[in-house]
Design a binder for this molecule. Structure first.
Ligand code: PLP
Length: 377
């Protein structure tokens, strides 16, 4: 068998993150919602893509408001993008995190009356504490001020003054399901709630909410997945955002296998005839869902090798994945890159019975991350 060693390659899988695509996606969404502004949701290390690099790229593109889940994430982001932009912390203030809020000027998102009262105690005596956001629960029944507490916020003397609110927000439960009746119900409740609040900026839409149309945009939208190239709605054709990431797994070994032999742990796939396979260097530790494994019952997915698709066969293991290259026209050589996700991200998420969000956030820390800008590393 001819195997070329001439090119230099590493066994380490590479995650490419295209910052130019993130910026294009930002500009596409910004144009779509104008005059509303974008507040980028960059929690969980910017959906696993790197909050520092993503934060800087979005800041450079003009983004001035960011949402993270935890104060610690906010601190890292603050270090990357400087003092000017708003950073809201979605989980709100907690006793251990006060110093982070003050030290990095993070704006807490207040999710309950208790949280509001605790925050007011915390800022007692603090000079120029950060302003806050109020998050009302309009139907998700996750974090957020329940309707039963609205009246207290409206009526209690001094409460709103002490909180110094600059944003009122809520979060949609079903924005991926564009015709779901809950969208309109949440919109109506959000408007009724906001009408009782001081005149501050309003925000309701995540990526899916952007595609529900203008009435959902208010002053600020909070896309995450759309910036990172994932589609989220049941009308993905309308989502003209570009793929951002690819997982590159180098081919480490090529083998010929006889009919009747099996592949990988637990021998889940059997060669029906003579086969040629490539062992590529990425596994579930790198973020490949094990549910993409191909068994005798069903081959679920594939990787791209050049322009062709190579089926994933056998069980995906921690470090390696087996590809069937028997029928490829291309002659596969060691060191070549098998590509996962990319333009296939959303399809592969469905094949794995998960969502693109989970795929992105599971991309392993072990991959070498390569940031691409203007076509260059
Ligand atoms: C994660 C999150 C978003 C972003 O959602 P996408 O669907 O990724 O656009 C917006 N708002 C809140 C409150 C969130 O938790």
């Amino acid at each position: 068998m001819r195997e070329t060693d001439g090119r230099s390659y590493s066994s380490r899988p590479v995650l490419t993150i295209n910052l130019s695509a993130v910026i294009e996606n930002y500009k596409f969404l910004a144009a779509k919602v104008a005059p509303a502004k974008i507040g980028a949701s960059v929690k969980a290390d910017a959906y696993g893509l790197g909050i520092i690099q993503i934060g800087k790229a979005l800041y450079g593109a003009g983004c001035r408001t960011f949402f993270v889940a935890h104060a610690g994430e906010g601190k890292i982001l603050r270090g990357a993008i400087g003092n000017q932009p708003n950073i809201y912390v979605l989980s709100g203030p907690t006793p251990q995190d006060s110093a982070l809020f003050f030290g990095s000027t993070l704006k807490p998102v207040i999710n309950s009356l208790t949280q509001a009262r605790d925050w007011i105690k915390t800022i007692d005596g603090v000079k120029r504490p950060p302003r806050t956001a109020l998050h009302f629960d309009t139907g998700l029944n996750r974090l957020g001020i329940p309707s039963s507490e609205i009246e207290i916020f409206v009526k209690e003397d001094g409460l709103m003054d002490a909180l110094n609110v600059d944003l009122v927000m809520s979060h949609l439960a079903c924005s991926s399901l564009q015709d779901h009746p809950l969208n309109k119900q949440q919109l109506d409740l959000f408007k009724r709630t906001a009408a009782q609040m001081p005149m501050v900026n309003l925000s309701l839409a995540n990526t899916g909410g952007i595609y529900l149309g203008k009435p959902y945009h208010f002053k600020l939208v909070r896309p995450g997945i759309g910036l990172f190239g994932g589609t989220t709605t049941d009308t993905p054709n309308l989502e003209k955002t570009r793929p951002v990431i690819e997982l590159h797994a180098p081919v480490l070994q090529i083998k010929n296998v006889n009919k009747g032999e099996t592949f990988g742990y637990n021998a889940l796939y059997t060669a029906a005839s003579h086969m040629k396979i490539a062992i590529v260097s990425a596994g579930y530790a790198d973020g490949l869902p094990i549910s993409l494994s191909g068994t005798d019952n069903a081959v679920i997915s594939h990787a791209r090798l050049g322009k062709e698709n190579a089926p994933i066969i056998g069980r995906i293991s921690m470090d390696y994945t087996i590809l069937d290259i028997t029928n490829l026209k291309k002659y596969v050589e060691r060191g070549e890159k098998a590509v996962f996700f990319g333009a296939n991200l959303d399809t592969q998420a469905k094949q794995a019975q998960t969502i693109n969000y989970e795929i992105l956030t599971h991309l392993g820390q072990r991959c070498k991350r390569v940031y691409i800008r203007d076509g260059k590393e």
